[in-house]
Write a protein that binds this ligand. Structure first.
Ligand SMILES: [Zn+2]
Length: 344
Protein backbone atom coordinates (compact mmCIF):
# COMPACT_ATOMS: atom_id res chain seq x y z
CA UNK A 1 0.00 0.00 0.00
CA UNK A 2 1.64 3.25 -1.12
CA UNK A 3 -0.41 5.70 0.95
CA UNK A 4 1.14 6.46 4.31
CA UNK A 5 -1.06 5.71 7.34
CA UNK A 6 -4.04 4.17 5.51
CA UNK A 7 -7.13 4.39 7.73
CA UNK A 8 -9.71 1.67 8.36
CA UNK A 9 -12.23 0.57 10.98
CA UNK A 10 -12.06 -2.51 13.20
CA UNK A 11 -15.26 -3.81 11.60
CA UNK A 12 -18.86 -3.14 12.41
CA UNK A 13 -20.66 0.15 11.78
CA UNK A 14 -24.20 1.13 12.83
CA UNK A 15 -27.06 -0.21 10.71
CA UNK A 16 -29.80 2.03 9.26
CA UNK A 17 -33.00 2.00 11.34
CA UNK A 18 -35.05 0.53 8.45
CA UNK A 19 -32.86 -2.60 8.54
CA UNK A 20 -32.45 -3.25 12.27
CA UNK A 21 -33.06 -1.47 15.54
CA UNK A 22 -30.16 0.97 16.02
CA UNK A 23 -27.78 1.20 18.97
CA UNK A 24 -28.27 -2.43 19.92
CA UNK A 25 -26.21 -5.62 19.62
CA UNK A 26 -27.95 -8.71 18.19
CA UNK A 27 -30.65 -6.35 16.98
CA UNK A 28 -33.40 -8.28 15.14
CA UNK A 29 -33.89 -7.64 11.42
CA UNK A 30 -36.88 -5.58 10.33
CA UNK A 31 -37.18 -7.24 6.90
CA UNK A 32 -37.63 -10.85 5.69
CA UNK A 33 -36.56 -13.11 2.83
CA UNK A 34 -35.63 -11.34 -0.43
CA UNK A 35 -36.41 -7.96 1.06
CA UNK A 36 -33.90 -8.68 3.80
CA UNK A 37 -31.18 -9.73 1.34
CA UNK A 38 -31.76 -6.61 -0.71
CA UNK A 39 -31.96 -4.42 2.40
CA UNK A 40 -28.64 -5.78 3.70
CA UNK A 41 -26.93 -5.02 0.41
CA UNK A 42 -28.45 -1.54 0.28
CA UNK A 43 -27.15 -0.93 3.80
CA UNK A 44 -23.73 -2.21 2.73
CA UNK A 45 -23.69 0.39 -0.07
CA UNK A 46 -24.70 3.17 2.35
CA UNK A 47 -22.06 2.10 4.85
CA UNK A 48 -19.40 2.07 2.13
CA UNK A 49 -20.48 5.52 0.97
CA UNK A 50 -20.20 6.86 4.52
CA UNK A 51 -16.71 5.42 4.92
CA UNK A 52 -15.58 6.88 1.61
CA UNK A 53 -17.06 10.29 2.38
CA UNK A 54 -15.26 10.30 5.70
CA UNK A 55 -12.00 9.60 3.88
CA UNK A 56 -11.43 6.03 5.10
CA UNK A 57 -8.80 4.35 2.90
CA UNK A 58 -9.33 0.63 3.51
CA UNK A 59 -13.09 0.10 3.42
CA UNK A 60 -15.35 -2.71 4.64
CA UNK A 61 -18.99 -3.81 4.53
CA UNK A 62 -19.50 -2.29 7.99
CA UNK A 63 -20.81 -5.79 8.86
CA UNK A 64 -24.23 -4.74 7.57
CA UNK A 65 -25.16 -8.28 6.53
CA UNK A 66 -24.62 -9.88 9.92
CA UNK A 67 -26.50 -9.68 13.17
CA UNK A 68 -23.44 -10.52 15.25
CA UNK A 69 -19.76 -10.95 14.42
CA UNK A 70 -19.57 -14.52 15.70
CA UNK A 71 -23.09 -15.96 15.70
CA UNK A 72 -23.97 -15.11 12.11
CA UNK A 73 -21.02 -17.13 10.84
CA UNK A 74 -21.72 -20.14 13.07
CA UNK A 75 -25.42 -20.16 12.10
CA UNK A 76 -24.41 -21.18 8.58
CA UNK A 77 -22.43 -24.24 9.70
CA UNK A 78 -23.70 -27.75 10.27
CA UNK A 79 -23.02 -29.58 13.51
CA UNK A 80 -24.33 -26.75 15.71
CA UNK A 81 -27.86 -26.93 17.11
CA UNK A 82 -29.26 -23.46 17.76
CA UNK A 83 -32.37 -24.83 19.48
CA UNK A 84 -30.37 -26.81 22.04
CA UNK A 85 -29.02 -24.07 24.29
CA UNK A 86 -26.88 -23.98 27.41
CA UNK A 87 -25.82 -21.09 29.60
CA UNK A 88 -22.06 -20.58 29.63
CA UNK A 89 -19.72 -17.81 30.65
CA UNK A 90 -18.35 -15.96 27.61
CA UNK A 91 -14.74 -14.83 27.88
CA UNK A 92 -14.96 -15.53 31.67
CA UNK A 93 -17.06 -12.37 31.80
CA UNK A 94 -20.79 -12.73 31.29
CA UNK A 95 -23.41 -15.50 31.15
CA UNK A 96 -25.07 -16.13 27.82
CA UNK A 97 -27.38 -18.78 26.46
CA UNK A 98 -25.45 -20.37 23.60
CA UNK A 99 -26.04 -23.08 20.96
CA UNK A 100 -24.63 -26.60 21.31
CA UNK A 101 -22.12 -28.41 19.12
CA UNK A 102 -23.91 -31.73 18.53
CA UNK A 103 -21.80 -33.32 15.75
CA UNK A 104 -18.87 -32.72 13.39
CA UNK A 105 -18.82 -29.08 12.30
CA UNK A 106 -18.60 -28.24 8.61
CA UNK A 107 -19.34 -25.47 6.13
CA UNK A 108 -22.00 -26.53 3.63
CA UNK A 109 -21.85 -23.32 1.60
CA UNK A 110 -19.98 -20.00 1.49
CA UNK A 111 -21.13 -17.64 4.24
CA UNK A 112 -20.04 -14.10 3.27
CA UNK A 113 -18.61 -14.61 -0.21
CA UNK A 114 -21.61 -13.17 -2.09
CA UNK A 115 -21.62 -10.13 0.22
CA UNK A 116 -17.92 -9.61 -0.42
CA UNK A 117 -18.55 -9.70 -4.18
CA UNK A 118 -21.23 -7.02 -3.78
CA UNK A 119 -18.75 -4.82 -1.89
CA UNK A 120 -15.93 -5.49 -4.39
CA UNK A 121 -18.15 -4.30 -7.27
CA UNK A 122 -18.83 -0.97 -5.53
CA UNK A 123 -15.31 0.28 -4.96
CA UNK A 124 -11.74 0.26 -6.24
CA UNK A 125 -10.34 0.91 -2.75
CA UNK A 126 -8.67 -1.91 -0.82
CA UNK A 127 -11.27 -3.90 1.12
CA UNK A 128 -10.99 -5.65 4.45
CA UNK A 129 -13.27 -8.46 5.53
CA UNK A 130 -13.69 -9.62 9.15
CA UNK A 131 -14.29 -13.20 10.25
CA UNK A 132 -14.50 -14.50 13.82
CA UNK A 133 -11.32 -16.22 15.01
CA UNK A 134 -11.36 -19.91 16.00
CA UNK A 135 -10.85 -19.32 19.73
CA UNK A 136 -13.57 -16.67 19.93
CA UNK A 137 -15.94 -19.01 18.06
CA UNK A 138 -15.50 -21.92 20.49
CA UNK A 139 -15.98 -19.53 23.39
CA UNK A 140 -19.55 -18.75 22.29
CA UNK A 141 -20.70 -22.39 22.13
CA UNK A 142 -21.38 -25.37 24.38
CA UNK A 143 -19.42 -28.33 23.02
CA UNK A 144 -21.17 -31.67 23.47
CA UNK A 145 -19.29 -33.43 20.67
CA UNK A 146 -15.53 -32.85 20.53
CA UNK A 147 -15.30 -32.13 24.27
CA UNK A 148 -11.99 -30.40 23.62
CA UNK A 149 -11.62 -26.67 23.05
CA UNK A 150 -8.46 -27.24 21.06
CA UNK A 151 -10.01 -29.84 18.73
CA UNK A 152 -13.07 -27.71 18.07
CA UNK A 153 -10.91 -24.64 17.40
CA UNK A 154 -8.87 -26.68 14.92
CA UNK A 155 -12.03 -27.75 13.07
CA UNK A 156 -13.23 -24.13 12.93
CA UNK A 157 -9.82 -23.05 11.66
CA UNK A 158 -10.16 -25.43 8.70
CA UNK A 159 -13.65 -24.06 7.96
CA UNK A 160 -12.43 -20.45 8.24
CA UNK A 161 -9.61 -21.27 5.83
CA UNK A 162 -12.15 -22.47 3.21
CA UNK A 163 -14.16 -19.27 3.63
CA UNK A 164 -11.04 -17.07 3.61
CA UNK A 165 -9.76 -18.60 0.37
CA UNK A 166 -13.07 -17.83 -1.33
CA UNK A 167 -13.09 -14.29 0.07
CA UNK A 168 -9.61 -13.82 -1.33
CA UNK A 169 -10.79 -15.07 -4.73
CA UNK A 170 -13.70 -12.59 -4.51
CA UNK A 171 -11.15 -9.76 -4.34
CA UNK A 172 -10.78 -9.11 -0.61
CA UNK A 173 -7.38 -7.48 0.11
CA UNK A 174 -7.16 -8.03 3.87
CA UNK A 175 -8.87 -10.80 5.83
CA UNK A 176 -9.17 -10.05 9.52
CA UNK A 177 -9.89 -12.53 12.29
CA UNK A 178 -11.55 -11.14 15.41
CA UNK A 179 -10.02 -12.73 18.50
CA UNK A 180 -11.11 -10.84 21.64
CA UNK A 181 -10.66 -14.21 23.37
CA UNK A 182 -6.89 -13.73 22.91
CA UNK A 183 -7.10 -11.12 25.64
CA UNK A 184 -8.45 -13.62 28.16
CA UNK A 185 -7.14 -17.17 27.71
CA UNK A 186 -3.40 -16.54 27.59
CA UNK A 187 -2.17 -20.12 28.18
CA UNK A 188 -4.44 -21.50 25.48
CA UNK A 189 -3.49 -18.71 23.06
CA UNK A 190 0.16 -19.65 23.41
CA UNK A 191 -0.42 -23.41 23.46
CA UNK A 192 -2.70 -23.68 20.43
CA UNK A 193 -4.68 -20.43 19.75
CA UNK A 194 -2.07 -18.82 17.52
CA UNK A 195 -1.41 -22.15 15.79
CA UNK A 196 -5.15 -22.45 15.04
CA UNK A 197 -5.14 -18.93 13.61
CA UNK A 198 -2.20 -19.83 11.39
CA UNK A 199 -4.16 -22.87 10.19
CA UNK A 200 -7.02 -20.49 9.26
CA UNK A 201 -4.70 -18.38 7.05
CA UNK A 202 -2.81 -21.31 5.48
CA UNK A 203 -2.15 -20.77 1.77
CA UNK A 204 -3.62 -17.24 1.61
CA UNK A 205 -1.85 -14.71 -0.59
CA UNK A 206 -3.84 -11.67 0.56
CA UNK A 207 -2.87 -9.86 3.76
CA UNK A 208 -4.14 -11.19 7.07
CA UNK A 209 -4.94 -9.44 10.34
CA UNK A 210 -5.93 -10.38 13.87
CA UNK A 211 -8.06 -7.98 15.92
CA UNK A 212 -7.63 -8.17 19.71
CA UNK A 213 -9.51 -5.69 21.84
CA UNK A 214 -11.34 -5.02 25.09
CA UNK A 215 -14.73 -5.24 23.38
CA UNK A 216 -17.68 -3.11 22.44
CA UNK A 217 -18.75 -0.34 24.77
CA UNK A 218 -21.40 -2.47 26.46
CA UNK A 219 -21.92 -2.73 30.22
CA UNK A 220 -20.43 -6.24 30.69
CA UNK A 221 -17.21 -5.05 29.06
CA UNK A 222 -17.06 -1.75 30.91
CA UNK A 223 -17.58 -3.58 34.23
CA UNK A 224 -14.81 -6.04 33.32
CA UNK A 225 -12.42 -3.23 32.38
CA UNK A 226 -13.03 -1.67 35.80
CA UNK A 227 -11.53 -4.81 37.38
CA UNK A 228 -8.33 -4.71 35.32
CA UNK A 229 -6.48 -2.09 37.34
CA UNK A 230 -4.55 0.95 36.19
CA UNK A 231 -2.40 -0.79 33.59
CA UNK A 232 -3.85 -3.23 31.08
CA UNK A 233 -0.98 -5.58 30.28
CA UNK A 234 -2.99 -8.41 28.66
CA UNK A 235 -1.28 -7.87 25.29
CA UNK A 236 2.06 -8.61 26.89
CA UNK A 237 1.04 -12.27 27.29
CA UNK A 238 0.37 -12.95 23.63
CA UNK A 239 2.42 -10.41 21.66
CA UNK A 240 5.78 -12.26 21.77
CA UNK A 241 4.31 -15.33 20.07
CA UNK A 242 2.17 -13.25 17.69
CA UNK A 243 5.27 -11.35 16.64
CA UNK A 244 6.75 -14.65 15.44
CA UNK A 245 3.52 -15.79 13.72
CA UNK A 246 2.64 -15.57 10.03
CA UNK A 247 -0.10 -12.98 10.63
CA UNK A 248 0.72 -9.74 8.77
CA UNK A 249 -1.25 -7.17 10.76
CA UNK A 250 -2.24 -6.84 14.42
CA UNK A 251 -5.28 -4.67 15.19
CA UNK A 252 -5.51 -3.39 18.73
CA UNK A 253 -7.00 -0.93 21.17
CA UNK A 254 -4.97 2.16 22.18
CA UNK A 255 -7.04 5.35 22.47
CA UNK A 256 -8.43 6.15 25.98
CA UNK A 257 -7.29 2.72 27.00
CA UNK A 258 -5.04 1.76 29.87
CA UNK A 259 -2.84 -0.33 27.61
CA UNK A 260 0.77 0.84 28.14
CA UNK A 261 1.76 2.01 24.67
CA UNK A 262 5.29 0.61 25.01
CA UNK A 263 3.84 -2.92 24.73
CA UNK A 264 3.75 -2.23 20.97
CA UNK A 265 7.51 -2.74 21.00
CA UNK A 266 6.81 -6.46 21.49
CA UNK A 267 5.34 -6.70 17.97
CA UNK A 268 7.94 -4.52 16.25
CA UNK A 269 8.14 -5.57 12.60
CA UNK A 270 4.41 -6.32 12.24
CA UNK A 271 1.98 -3.91 10.67
CA UNK A 272 -0.23 -2.48 13.40
CA UNK A 273 -3.79 -1.21 13.17
CA UNK A 274 -3.66 1.29 16.01
CA UNK A 275 -7.02 1.98 17.68
CA UNK A 276 -7.20 5.77 17.80
CA UNK A 277 -10.97 6.02 18.26
CA UNK A 278 -12.70 5.00 21.51
CA UNK A 279 -15.88 3.03 20.73
CA UNK A 280 -17.07 2.99 24.35
CA UNK A 281 -18.02 6.67 24.45
CA UNK A 282 -20.37 8.93 22.50
CA UNK A 283 -17.86 11.74 22.68
CA UNK A 284 -16.35 12.37 19.26
CA UNK A 285 -12.57 12.65 19.31
CA UNK A 286 -10.95 15.76 17.90
CA UNK A 287 -8.51 15.18 15.03
CA UNK A 288 -5.74 16.41 17.38
CA UNK A 289 -6.64 13.73 19.97
CA UNK A 290 -6.44 11.08 17.25
CA UNK A 291 -3.11 12.51 16.08
CA UNK A 292 -1.80 12.41 19.65
CA UNK A 293 -2.50 8.66 19.95
CA UNK A 294 -0.87 8.01 16.57
CA UNK A 295 2.17 10.07 17.56
CA UNK A 296 2.61 7.94 20.69
CA UNK A 297 2.28 4.74 18.67
CA UNK A 298 4.91 5.98 16.20
CA UNK A 299 7.52 5.62 18.94
CA UNK A 300 7.08 1.85 18.65
CA UNK A 301 5.67 1.26 15.17
CA UNK A 302 7.52 2.23 11.98
CA UNK A 303 5.53 4.81 10.00
CA UNK A 304 5.16 2.54 6.97
CA UNK A 305 3.58 -0.11 9.20
CA UNK A 306 1.09 2.06 11.07
CA UNK A 307 -2.58 1.79 10.09
CA UNK A 308 -4.85 4.21 12.02
CA UNK A 309 -8.03 2.38 13.06
CA UNK A 310 -10.84 2.28 15.65
CA UNK A 311 -10.46 0.44 18.97
CA UNK A 312 -13.26 -1.97 18.06
CA UNK A 313 -16.52 -2.08 16.09
CA UNK A 314 -18.96 0.81 16.23
CA UNK A 315 -22.23 -1.14 15.76
CA UNK A 316 -23.75 -0.02 19.08
CA UNK A 317 -23.19 3.72 18.42
CA UNK A 318 -25.59 6.11 16.68
CA UNK A 319 -24.93 6.68 13.00
CA UNK A 320 -24.12 10.37 13.39
CA UNK A 321 -21.60 9.71 16.15
CA UNK A 322 -19.99 6.94 14.10
CA UNK A 323 -19.75 9.29 11.11
CA UNK A 324 -18.13 11.96 13.30
CA UNK A 325 -15.61 9.45 14.62
CA UNK A 326 -14.72 8.25 11.11
CA UNK A 327 -14.02 11.83 10.00
CA UNK A 328 -11.93 12.50 13.10
CA UNK A 329 -9.90 9.38 12.32
CA UNK A 330 -9.04 10.45 8.79
CA UNK A 331 -8.37 14.07 9.79
CA UNK A 332 -6.12 12.93 12.64
CA UNK A 333 -4.20 10.63 10.27
CA UNK A 334 -3.77 13.55 7.86
CA UNK A 335 -2.18 15.68 10.62
CA UNK A 336 0.46 12.98 11.17
CA UNK A 337 1.02 12.40 7.44
CA UNK A 338 1.88 16.11 7.12
CA UNK A 339 4.22 15.94 10.09
CA UNK A 340 6.00 12.92 8.65
CA UNK A 341 6.38 14.60 5.27
CA UNK A 342 7.87 17.70 6.89
CA UNK A 343 10.46 15.49 8.54
CA UNK A 344 11.62 14.07 5.18
ZN1 LIG B 1 -13.05 -5.51 18.96
Amino acid sequence: MKLLLPTSTAGSLPKPSWLAQPEKLWSPWKLDNEELTEGKHDALRVSLQEQQQAGIDIVSDGEQTRQHFVTTFIEQLSGVDFDKRKTVKIRNRYDASVPTVVGPVSRQRPVFVEDAKVLRKQTDKPIKWALPGPMTMIDTLYDDHYKSREKLAWEFAKILNQEAKELEAAGVDIIQFDEPAFNVFFDEVNEWGIAALERAIEGLKCETAVHICYGYGIKANTDWKNTLGTEWRQYEEVFPKLQKSNIDIISLECHNSRVPIELLELIRGKKVMVGAIDVATDEIETPEEVADTLRKALQFVDADKLYPCTNCGMAPLSRSIARGKLSALSQGAEIIRKELQEQL
